[in-house]
Design a protein. Structure first.
Length: 255
């Protein structure tokens, strides 16, 4: 499938492009280059939980109108910190749908750091960033592999940025098995990162495997003390030191 340029409304709008476009799409437009449709890297799917209960609590405590205003403010604040965590780790938020956020970390990055490692660091930064919001939490699923980036729609009306493929499906499947506040990774993340997955508290930072609806094993990743420091540095934009190496990991799942 040939690469297509993102044109039409993407280039004609007078509003800031960052309000509509993924970070990598904006960079491609700035370079006047197409964004490759076939890519490899790591997909991160995050789901924010707790909004329903928070909505009811705000409505009861502040009334419907003021409660909605406060809810919108909190939603915007949460999205801002999570998007910031993704972009500081060299990723792009491709879509926001309801409480869900689909993100992509491409293998071809200026830092040279593997996409899976950047995505895992971002997941830790997301968990750390949510701690000031005790009513809310985020569940994260991670998978690595090939994907497709598409601009779909009518260029004369609207183009939508789309991330698709089995890698994305595995990340979504991993997130569906996560509990509030958990990060689940599949074998495609585990296999190449045996050292960086090490964390205090559990063997290699991984819990017992769970099975997704796709039949793949996924592993809860323990965000430990080292990860908290890493996440704090990532949230502030400071350089992040590589975690220490460790021994072998559980068998990888289907790539």
């Amino acid at each position: 499938m040939a690469c297509r340029r993102a044109t039409g409304p993407f280039t004609r709008t007078t509003l800031p492009l960052h309000a509509y476009l993924a970070h990598d799409r904006r960079q491609a437009l700035a370079r006047d280059e197409p964004l490759p449709e076939r890519c490899s890297g790591a997909a991160l799917f995050a789901d924010i939980t707790g909004f329903t209960a928070l909505t009811e609590a705000l409505a009861q405590g502040q009334g419907s109108r003021r409660g909605v205003d406060d809810l919108v403010r909190r939603i915007n604040a949460v999205h801002e910190v999570l998007i910031g965590a993704v972009e500081r780790a060299g990723g792009s938020v491709v879509s926001l749908a309801g409480d869900g956020m689909t993100c992509w970390f491409d293998d071809h990055h200026a830092s040279g750091e593997p996409a899976a490692r950047r995505a895992l660091r971002c997941a830790g930064a997301m968990q750390q960033a949510m701690r000031p919001q005790p009513e809310l939490s985020v569940k994260v699923g991670l998978a690595a592999g090939a994907a497709m980036r598409l601009a779909v729609g009518d260029p004369a009306l609207q183009l939508l940025d789309l991330l698709a493929g089995a890698t994305v499906a595995r990340a979504v499947a991993a997130e569906s098995q996560a509990l509030a506040g958990e990060v689940l990774v599949d074998g495609s993340i585990v296999a190449p990162l045996s050292g960086p997955l090490a964390a205090p508290g559990t063997a290699h930072g991984l819990g017992a495997p769970r099975q997704t609806a796709l039949g793949d094993p996924v592993y809860p990743y323990q965000v430990g003390a080292d990860d908290d420091a890493t996440a704090a540095s990532a949230s502030s934009g400071a350089p992040v030191a590589a975690p220490s190496a460790a021994g072998s990991l559980p068998p990888a799942g289907r790539p």
